[in-house]
Design a protein around this ligand. Structure first.
Ligand SMILES: Cc1cc2nc3c(=O)[nH]c(=O)nc-3n(C[C@H](O)[C@H](O)[C@H](O)COP(=O)(O)OP(=O)(O)OC[C@H]3O[C@@H](n4cnc5c(N)ncnc54)[C@H](O)[C@@H]3O)c2cc1C
Length: 470
């Protein structure tokens, strides 16, 4: 049996140090800038704890994302679990607990990568995975160095290390039980002080989270901002103000090569992509559904050009789906002698290219279909409810077959998904959450079949010479 939503929420009431807009937030489960999103995360736990979806989500008492996949069928079953949680937020909660759970399962598949001349981290990596799995813990991660001072070791002690500095964009960190702090991009060979990976409880003394503006806090109601009022997963700067990390929580230590290798030489990164590719597919399904509804509401759905635009969006959905299924079908054995499998590398990496480019295009296409009506909605649902104004709003916002309340409700949902500040953050998220384009395009050259492609072109060149000239 996994944790209930209520048990998860109780775990967040731990005195963690979260800052928002000059205020120290006492309790993210009750604060108006966080509480509805905390409840959305809690609902995920309830789905796994006790709901008709539980068998798809849980096996052997733990969420399927924590299990190390041993066969193609395990990858398919994991995807089924990812899909249930992705649909619960229509793809707008990116960092659900299954995200880092799948990364930890990747670590556990090849723990020997953590044992190096610098530090023996394999046992700690396995313990990390076990702790998350058994506790059903929600772990966020911060792997990106800010332009300023990033996290580094400032003191070695017999029982652990003291770290100081910052990491940027901890998505979901304020809603997590733990945070994994590391670096995914290659570090310079001599950059020992920053070459670390460790995991902390969010209430660890000295750990501070500085939140960006809260879209949930700015929202007026679910009717007015249906997504940002409930699925604002937050992004926070993580500051370690001389934080003590006991050795058992350290996974890599003063080891630039291992700090990056734990992501690439284990299936961790590929498992993360498998989860996020499933979520991306779900999000495109949802956005395409909005496009269908808005075309119908605008009365343009039978125009050939609009039908074709919907067809293009449905093609994008099929592409997003195809990347998930193809990554599973092209599974590869994990090199560690334990019989694990991972999603195919070249297709997983290519998913990042596809998704980063497709998402802005889908958003633009749907905005084009929607037209100016997206902007011209009443400031809030209160206008509809107003005794004097309500009648006018009912009269002038309706379209044939679509009462004003339904139309305004739809337009506000579409704007929240595609045009709001929350929507702008999502566009940036889909482009950058796994690294900038120059990073994943370079990764593709490692994993893509460049030799095969080159060989094919060369075979053509080798098939003729000047002797063919007439
Ligand atoms: C909404 C959102 C949520 C995120 N959540 C998380 C999270 O939870 N955890 C986490 O660890 N990270 C997270 N990230 C951070 C993400 O991993 C980083 O944004 C990403 O790695 C890019 O790093 P950067 O922002 O420093 O951009 P940079 O690396 O500075 O790149 C920005 C741009 O600069 C140019 N550029 C920079 N260097 C080069 C180069 N060498 N060659 C060519 N062009 C270059 C490119 O135009 C590039 O697009 C999130 C990001 C976003 C936007």
């Amino acid at each position: 049996m996994t944790r209930s939503g209520q048990e998860y929420l109780e775990g967040l009431r731990d005195g963690r140090e979260v800052w928002l807009d000059g205020e120290r937030v006492k309790d993210v489960t009750t604060h108006p800038a966080f509480r509805a999103t905390a409840a959305s995360f809690a609902r995920l736990f309830d789905l796994a704890h006790d709901s008709p979806h539980a068998p798809a989500l849980v096996q052997g008492g733990v969420h399927r994302a924590y299990a190390v996949p041993r066969a193609y069928e395990d990858l398919v079953a994991r995807r089924g679990a990812y899909k249930v949680w992705a649909e619960a937020s229509y793809g707008f909660l990116g960092r659900t607990p299954d995200y880092m759970a799948s990364g930890a399962a990747g670590f556990a598949a090849v723990p020997e990568v953590f044992d190096t001349e610098c530090f023996g981290g394999a046992e700690n990596a396995l313990a990390y995975h076990q702790r998350l799995a058994e506790g059903g813990l929600h772990c966020a991660f911060t792997l990106t160095n800010p332009a300023g001072e990033s996290v580094r070791v400032v003191e070695d002690r017999a029982d652990g290390i003291v770290v100081r500095g910052a990491k940027t964009i901890g998505t979901g960190a304020v809603f997590a039980d733990e945070i994994l702090v590391g670096t995914i991009e290659p570090l310079a060979a001599g950059d020992f002080d920053r070459a670390l990976t460790f995991s902390l409880r969010v209430d660890t003394p000295g750990l501070k989270l500085i939140s960006r503006v809260s879209y949930e806090g700015k929202s007026r109601s679910v009717f007015d901002q249906p997504l940002s009022s409930r699925y604002d997963e937050n992004d926070a700067l993580l500051v370690c103000d001389d934080v003590f990390v006991p050795w058992e929580r350290v996974l890599t230590y003063r080891d630039p090569a291992a700090t990056s290798a734990i992501w690439w030489d284990t299936p961790a990164y590929l498992n993360l992509v498998h989860q996020s590719a499933t979520r991306f597919w779900t999000k495109l399904e949802f956005l395409t559904g909005l496009a269908v509804l808005i075309a119908r509401s605008n009365g343009t759905d039978t125009l050939p050009a609009v039908t074709q635009a919907i067809g293009r969006l449905l093609g994008m959905v099929a592409q997003a789906k195809a990347f998930v299924l193809a990554a599973e079908a092209s599974w590869e054995p994990v090199d560690g002698g334990r019989g694990g499998v991972r999603p195919g590398r070249d297709i997983s990496f290519a998913q990042r290219i596809m998704a980063g480019e497709l998402y802005p295009r889908a958003v633009q296409d749907i905005k084009l279909l929607a037209g100016g009506a997206l902007v011209q909605t009443p400031a809030s649902g209160r206008d509809l409810l107003h005794p004097e104004l309500g009648g006018l709003v009912q009269q002038y916002f309706r379209t044939p077959g679509h009462p004003a309340e339904d139309r305004i409700k739809l337009l506000k949902l579409v704007w929240d998904a595609l045009g709001s500040e929350f929507a702008g953050r999502h566009e940036q998220y889909e482009r950058f959450y796994h690294g900038a384009p120059h990073v994943y395009l370079t990764m593709q050259t490692w994993a893509g079949a460049a030799d095969h492609c080159e060989g094919l072109a060369q075979a053509c060149l080798d098939g003729y010479d000047l002797g063919t000239v007439r």
